[in-house]
Design a protein around this ligand. Structure first.
Ligand SMILES: O=C(O)CCC(=O)C(=O)O
Ligand SMILES: [Fe+2]
Length: 199
């Protein structure tokens, strides 16, 4: 597995970045599977939920298992690989796919603590973007460039103390000027915590 510059001593403890988790051909193939499925337009950005649906209004996992779509085969394959490569201890049983057109983002947040387990892993497809990590108490801010094909893993403080978000803008700062964003699709894997299952 390709190792990352952010392992260990990076600015955000518990954040692990794996460049080239997927080769460009694999990214294209996943995007084709994703686009062949139905998108939900319940939010400003389009989303797909597999495994128990996350209810954004109630900030909880939807209790009715009839709402749950099974993880598609391509996602299960990634879920199994996350365990095989030691990223997650338990096979993730929930995936949320987010689509960001240039100018779209996601507000800074911490993923629901009582709903989801200690590791959240996100694959980036299509365009890259900067994800901003902010520490609510220390006021620190650390932008992390998420390249297409990369895997971003949040554990420990990166999962529970720092917020993560994506600014709603059309370009990100780069070494040689602004880097325009294209359409980005992320696939985030989580495990549902048992207690929230039965609610
Ligand atoms: O788009 C991403 O990489 C992250 C999405 C996210 O933070 C979430 O779905 O909770
Ligand atoms: Fe998140």
């Amino acid at each position: 597995m390709p190792e990352s510059s952010l392992d260990g001593g990076g600015p955000v403890p518990g954040l692990r970045y794996v460049a080239d988790w997927l080769a460009p051909e694999a990214c294209a193939s996943l995007l084709a599977f994703i686009d062949a499925a139905e998108w939900s337009t319940e939010l400003r950005r389009r989303v797909q939920h597999y495994g128990q649906r996350y209810d954004y209004a109630r900030r909880s996992v939807a209790a009715d298992p009839r709402d749950a779509l099974p993880l598609p085969a391509w996602a299960r394959e990634q879920a199994i690989r996350l365990v095989r490569e030691g990223i997650m201890d338990q096979e993730p049983d929930q995936a949320i796919i987010n689509e960001y057109q240039p100018g779209q983002g996601i507000s800074p947040h911490i993923d629901c603590v009582p709903c989801f387990g200690p590791v959240v892993a996100a694959i980036s497809l299509g365009s890259g973007c900067d994800m901003d990590f902010t520490h609510p108490e220390a006021g620190e801010r650390s932008p992390v460039r998420l390249a297409p094909g990369s895997l971003c893993v949040m554990t420990g403080p990166a999962r529970y103390a720092w917020r993560h978000g994506i600014a709603a803008r059309k370009s990100d700062p780069g070494a040689a000027g602004r880097v325009p964003r294209g359409r980005r699709v992320s696939v985030t894997f989580r495990t549902i915590i048992g207690a929230s299952r039965s609610r």
